[in-house]
Design a binder for this molecule. Sequence first.
Ligand code: SAH
Length: 228
Amino acid sequence: MDVEGTTESAETAEELEAGKIRLVMAMRRQGIRDARVLSAIERVPRETFVTGAFIDQAYDDHALPIECGQTISQPYVVAYMTEKLEVGERMKVLEVGTGSGYQAAVLAQLCRRIYTIERYRTLLLDAVKRFEILGLHNVTAQVGDGGKGWPEQAPFDRIIVTAAAPEIPLELANQLKVGGIMVVPVDVDGGQGGQKLVRVTREEDGANVEDLLPVRFVPLVEGVARES
Ligand code: SAH
């Protein structure tokens, strides 16, 4: 376990801050327009969510390995998904795939409450410690199979899935309010064609589905992980 609340030296802190500014500028150039999203990225210290050896890469725009063979998503993809989710400050949001907790921490800046679910207890406990370090009191996290959603808390205004599903997960879509939005990576041609990010908007009867970007996520896996 390697939760870093502080950085090792003042110089490192300055380097991290400079890296963060560069990253946010690059996001803007790459088309992230929502000022609230960019400001949320600025407020969340990504270095708190990466494991020790990767601290110096905290603001590089790529995914990094975390415990349990999983990854913290690429910052641009976090910003992009957050923007496409069109969140509002009164919203209740479900995240499937807590991982490091970074995406949940970004959403926590923008919404009323985040429910986040992870199949690895180890990852969940690390993420919860980070939420505590950062004083994020509007995140509720639990171990479970996120493919089944969080029926006790449904319906949600928004759902974000950060692991790739074989197809659009209907059990999750059914936990959206009418008018609610889900952003989810899904396999293309059974995974042979990679993955694409899709946005599902729940309608009165049925749903509208929109293709967004090609992406690469770890797979959504059924059931709670068995850990030794
Ligand atoms: N949002 C994360 C990205 C984590 S990677 C972050 O910001 O760091 C995706 C995560 O989804 C992994 O931790 C993986 O264990 C988890 N996952 C995969 N299938 C799942 C399932 N069915 N239920 C809950 N979590 C799942």
